[in-house]
Design a protein around this ligand. Sequence first.
Ligand SMILES: O=C(O)c1ccccc1NCC(=O)[C@H](O)[C@H](O)COP(=O)(O)O
Length: 245
Amino acid sequence: MIVDDIYRENYSRELIMDNKRIRNTLSLKDSLKSSKIKPGIIAEYKRKSPSGFNNIVNNDIFKYYNKIKESVAGFSILTEPHYFNGNQLDAVSVQCYSKPILIKDFISSTDMIKSSYMIGGDVFLLIADFLDYNKIREFIRYGASLNMEVLLEIHDMKKIGNIYPDENVLLGYNRRNLETLKIEDESENAYDFLKKFGLPLVLESGISLENVEALPIKKYDGLLIGTALLSGEGLINKIASGKND
Ligand SMILES: O=C(O)c1ccccc1NCC(=O)[C@H](O)[C@H](O)COP(=O)(O)O
């Protein structure tokens, strides 16, 4: 399975460990709270993905973020090099926008967290479906020591016991099953499970112009969107119009 391969390949990853930060960390929690557009949008930049996306329309990261920076609460940068053609230097280069940067990678070590900090990351991703509780707790606490926040995402609600709800955590529900790569939406059900932790909630994956009005997006504090924003226009305005009430 692709995600298992990615985690295995982590052991041979070359990571940036010299300090390329140009500023202190920023809070994605605060940025979502103060976002004029509700829920706040976390705009993901990626070149390609295993589920078949290829970034043809918005492959210039600066032109892309210059176009949407006033409307979004944060950036998400895919840094996994093999299946997403990601590059850690993308994160280094977008610190200048002073928007919280989520380092989207398949983190499985404190070295990867430290590297995420060194390249200018403010938040990093942990995936509850693939890490055990003790590792998640260790990584969240290590992130807190670097003043970083953590997006702890889940798809399979049977893994809800892996959630360690510390104060630097945001919880994400990924609509995509990362084992099958298929969108299997349980966003209503997930909200009912996750709201009890009292943390900001982020809905992720497969959010588009076609389905956004049917999704319970107003129950979430943030929307993590990649493909639909990288492929065309209109989605930000539709979310901003608030036609989901
Ligand atoms: O998107 C994939 O194909 C994928 C495959 C395996 C692991 C992770 C994957 N995507 C990461 C994400 O969660 C999405 O990039 C992110 O939620 C944005 O989704 P979208 O708006 O559908 O591009």
